[in-house]
Design a protein around this ligand. Structure first.
Ligand SMILES: Cc1cc2nc3c(=O)[nH]c(=O)nc-3n(C[C@H](O)[C@H](O)[C@H](O)COP(=O)(O)OP(=O)(O)OC[C@H]3O[C@@H](n4cnc5c(N)ncnc54)[C@H](O)[C@@H]3O)c2cc1C
Length: 388
């Protein structure tokens, strides 16, 4: 495939998950001629899941990463509405809010502090977002009072989207305005000749720059280029239940578990975390565990049919934060991976930052230093096997 002008593409993107497609969308908007090269199919990686929780970091011990995510969540609704208008497709977005059951006196104390700090960090006077502690027994239709003996937090910044709907809309935009090829793996890039080497097709592609956004597999390519291992995959599992009548409910977060009602009449429940895993398939034990934990605090989930079980491998950097930017020692190869559990809420802003960097422009909101390659490579690096 050549670019539409038979010139090299301005940008080749390896991987069509939420990071790769968001970067393609931003690049096309900036006027670049883009090709997305996907090893399998759009959404074959961890972006093709069920949960779609767009949940803010806690308003406590604030830092540039939390501020970046806050700014991203603020801008996301607008971004999605524009994408929906551009494509005619729905992304299942709704600012649904979130409930957090308070199970101990300590938690109550911490969340009262967070409610105070939210007034400083979330700018409620401008944004209208609130973070309030309610007494035990409130929202008992959606939560057993016994599951929240010290009350509940109800915050209104949290949102949800359909991961598959969002990807479908991005895919449609990229196909209509750029180039997308599935079934081709990027295996190399020569900065001097601009040749992107591929597995799955006979000829190479020519591109001025390459972005590695292959989720957890990107870490292998990054190692191939730089010799450094900066991340790994972590398996997670979720499921969806029949959820008619629950579409307007807030999400619930309790001890690492999310319950997220979606507008298509399903409720997603997730997720598990396994650092060591033998295969990528969902296991029935994990489904049972998720179901038991969710129904233990959410009465309305009892007896509903399981529709889908799904597992994926999240990309996680050894230094925890995402890795966004130029690979050390290279001029034309960039990485965008390691979104771990928050990719969907930040991908659009990460994409703006990366495209601004490529074009030598100032981004809307700068990337936190901890997202930059300097933080992940070189003397700050943790060993590949370290379990930070
Ligand atoms: C159970 C579970 C629940 C989750 N829930 C949420 C949630 O509620 N909210 C949230 O924000 N995040 C959530 N996440 C995390 C989120 O799904 C990931 O962080 C995100 O999908 C990562 O996106 P990505 O684009 O970096 O990678 P991926 O989605 O994994 O995409 C990478 C793509 O690149 C392709 N690829 C790989 N190597 C190559 C190559 N060499 N050449 C070409 N293509 C290649 C792959 O086939 C794949 O399609 C969850 C994850 C799991 C597993």
């Amino acid at each position: 495939m050549a670019s539409s002008t038979d010139q090299p593409f301005d940008l080749a993107i390896a991987g069509a998950g939420i990071f790769g497609l968001s970067i393609a969308h931003a690049a096309i908007k900036a006027g670049l001629n883009v090709v997305v090269l996907e090893a399998k199919t759009v959404g074959a990686g961890s972006s093709g899941g069920l949960l779609g929780a767009l949940m803010p970091h806690m308003p406590a011990r604030w830092n540039p990463k939390k501020e970046f995510q806050f700014q991203a969540l603020l801008k996301l609704e607008n971004h999605i509405r524009k994408l929906e208008a551009e494509t005619g497709l729905t992304c299942g977005y709704r600012r649904c809010g979130r409930i957090l059951p308070l199970t101990t006196a300590d938690k109550l104390e911490h969340h009262l502090e967070r409610a105070e700090e939210s007034k400083l960090r979330w700018h409620p006077e401008n944004t209208g977002f609130s973070y309030a502690v309610e007494p035990s027994g409130s929202r008992s239709d959606w939560l057993y009072a016994a599951s929240a003996p010290y009350g509940i937090v109800y915050e209104t910044l949290a949102a949800r989207a359909s991961p598959r709907g969002y990807l479908k809309a991005l895919r449609s935009f990229v196909q209509d305005n750029g180039h997308l090829e599935e079934g081709v793996s990027v295996v190399g890039f020569d900065e001097d000749t601009s040749e992107v080497t591929l597995e799955g097709r006979l000829s190479a592609v020519s591109a001025k720059r390459l972005v590695l956004s292959g989720g957890f597999s990107a870490f292998d390519l990054i190692k191939q280029f730089t010799g450094e291992s900066v991340g790994r995959g972590e398996k997670g599992q979720a499921l969806s239940l029949e959820g008619k009548g629950l579409e307007d409910k807030p999400a619930i977060y309790c001890d690492g578990l999310y319950v997220v009602p979606h507008e298509d009449g399903t409720v997603a429940i997730g997720s598990t975390s396994d650092r060591d895993f033998q295969d990528t398939a969902p296991s029935s034990e994990r489904t049972t565990e998720l179901l038991q934990r969710a129904t233990a605090f959410c009465p309305q989930l009892q007896g509903r049919a399981v529709l889908t079980e799904w597992a994926g491998i999240r990309p996680r950097c050894n230094k925890r934060d995402p890795l966004i930017g130029k690979l050390p020692g290279f001029n034309k190869i960039y990485a965008a991976t390691g979104g771990f559990k928050i990719s969907f809420g930040i991908a659009h802003l990460v994409a703006d930052c990366l495209i601004a960097e490529i074009l030598g422009q100032t981004p809307q909101h700068p990337l936190p230093e901890t997202f930059r390659p300097d933080h992940h490579f070189g003397r700050n690096r943790l060993d590949a096997d370290s379990r930070a």
